[in-house]
Design a protein around this ligand. Sequence first.
Ligand SMILES: Cc1ncc(COP(=O)(O)O)c(C=O)c1O
Length: 389
Amino acid sequence: MKISRLVSRIPASSTLAIDAKVKELKAQSRDVIGFGAGEPDFDTPENIKNSAIEALRKGRTKYTPVGGTPELKEAICATVHKDYGLTVAPDNVIVSCGAKHSLYNLFLSLFEAGDEVICPAPYWVSYPPMIEIAGATPVIVDTRPTGMKLLASLAEEAITRNTRGIVINSPSNPTGMVYAREELEKIADLCVKHDIIIISDDIYQKILFDGAEFFSLATLSPEVARRTFIINGASKTYAMTGWRIGYCVGDASVIKAMTRLQSQSTSNPTTFAQDGALTSLTSDQSLVEERCRIFQKRRDLMVTKIREIPGFGITPPEGAFYAFPSIDGHMDRFGGATAFAEFLLDKALVAVVPGEGFGAQNHVRVSFATSEETIVTGLARIRDAVSSL
Ligand SMILES: Cc1ncc(COP(=O)(O)O)c(C=O)c1O
């Protein structure tokens, strides 16, 4: 059958080919090691699970208001106040089926044909396709030469009179880079000067290493806060990827438009998953810190092991749970990360995510949301395969 022009234009995820191959190899009982995970390997904390089970038992199985339950919205307002020092009301909040869904609703509500949205590369794979679905144009700014961070000077060069938005993701997927306050201040000045909307994807806000501090553009000044949309959710912080609960906080009129859009697509996110998310925000947060320390230990191990691999280069990530090493020493032979990842899968039975989908063809993404044992074994296999070249 004929597929619509819009959907035909959407590229398949670059991770899919590798994913399919991993599944094929596993089905053949091959001992493949996967570093592709975009989710914590930890289980959802027991108290969160119990609250959702209890919600089910109490018959919390019906529709809720489209944009989320009043209790969860209140808890999000309280969290934003605690974490950002910002006072927001429930009509500044929408709860969606994952942060990805909030982003989708936001892009569609804000942007259209003729609009340009600045996306610093390496970027999370879904930003450019989502911007394109809205009919707008993603303007990719390569930050590889500037330490994987968007300098205000680079952003300024990319601004035209059609620029309507900019996406900032700190800590970043895939690079793990964390923006400092001064860096964001300069970007915020530009956004105010050129009337640009800021999408601040803070989903990895709580996963930080070496005392790195999370800083959000939304907290700079009321003027900047007004034009900023915070994206966050339960997936990464509370190991709740499958629950599909994310949210957006920002200007009430845009949130209302997003809610209208959501009312004609998914309606509310799953009722008892919202109850679980409420517990995640309102209960003791010490487990989050504990898990962060485990991630940091794995990060250290991964960086050490990556440094032993010929032709790889790595800047230690300061947050999230991905390393994004360059493979410059292998570009001549393979031409790009996809071919290199295929080689690793064939030769070493190790799956990494090629950088092309993140806008960086000379990198691969290696997740450390996996055990230390897997990190040691998997990276030794990569080292051996690469050394044999
Ligand atoms: C940067 C970034 N933003 C948003 C998301 C979406 O998260 P979810 O839809 O699971 O809440 C992800 C997930 O990988 C991500 O890495």
